[in-house]
Design a protein around this ligand. Structure first.
Ligand code: SF4
Length: 272
């Protein structure tokens, strides 16, 4: 197979960054830091990720939609704020109390949406079963494909009805329906690693959107696998030194690489 002879090992995190923006991956591979570890958005990301790990317990322990209250969410937020300095000592080093408070306020502003979505999902049988299975597991599985030379660690890999089901947590906004294309490809990447390790096709996975408290099921199709295979080849080339073209997107607004990305683009346009 064309990919097996390649030596460069890649990770699903690198694939995910590539799905977001190929240039971002290029800069990241060359040691340029993307989202500053001291930015408010990054703190929100850490807090939401930790909070989301408790949503399955919240759903499992609730029998009516009135059980998910803003008081419960506030308790969870305070608990997470107490634990993140221990879980992320490097990332949290030097982060000011003011920045943590600003991040907390943004998260509190999501409580209404979180309450509504988590409450609504208590009565959905499929989500209820998923929450029960997630609440019973606490290890993040290491996945490795010899053939593709790709490794990755999803949030969870559940064995449900004889099929493996990858679950990932995302802390950005959720689409109105389904999942973002990048998230679909991210979870498909894990599915392909799990398939090689366990020898069974993975039919679907779940994305947990932490900011809105929504679990979304993703059916994995052959077209997703094809796109992941193609991305693996391109990521290898980027890691080996090929700079991808800049593609303007809404992500460019506020991108921490935008200064160097714009300079490189204008230099390139002078030569070509
Ligand atoms: S400025 Fe746009 S194209 Fe450049 S790295 Fe950022 S998101 Fe990607």
């Amino acid at each position: 197979m064309f990919l097996t002879k390649d030596k460069v090992k890649i990770t699903v995190s690198e694939l995910s960054l590539y799905f977001s923006c190929a240039r971002k991956l290029y800069y990241s591979c060359r040691g340029h830091q993307g989202v500053s570890s001291s930015s408010q958005y990054f703190i929100e990301h850490l807090v939401l990720k930790e909070m989301a790990m408790s949503y399955p317990h919240m759903l499992k322990g609730s029998s009516s939609k009135d059980d998910v209250t803003s008081e419960r969410l506030e308790e969870l937020l305070l608990e997470v704020l107490g634990t993140i300095p221990h879980i992320y000592p490097v990332e949290m080093e030097g982060v000011s109390a003011e920045m943590i408070e600003c991040a907390s306020q943004v998260i509190r502003s999501c409580f209404g949406m979180l309450q509504e979505n988590l409450s609504m999902q208590i009565s959905l049988p499929e989500i209820s079963i998923l929450a029960g299975r997630l609440a019973a597991r606490d290890e993040e599985p290491y996945l490795h494909s010899e053939k593709l030379n790709v490794t990755g660690v999803p949030y969870r890999l559940l064995d449900m009805d004889g099929t493996y089901v990858p679950v990932i947590i995302k802390t950005g906004s959720s689409p109105e329906k389904g999942v973002w294309m990048n998230d679909r490809l991210h979870i498909s990447s894990f599915a392909m690693l799990a398939e090689e390790m366990h020898g069974n096709p993975v039919k679907y996975g779940f994305v947990l959107y932490a900011r809105s408290g929504i679990f979304r099921k993703v059916n994995i199709h052959s077209t997703d696998r094809r796109q992941v295979l193609s991305a693996i080849g391109r990521v290898r080339k980027i890691k080996e030194g090929t700079m991808p073209d800049k593609k303007e997107s809404p992500l460019c607004d506020g991108c921490s690489y935008s200064d160097m990305c714009n300079v490189r683009s204008s230099l390139a346009s002078k030569f070509f």
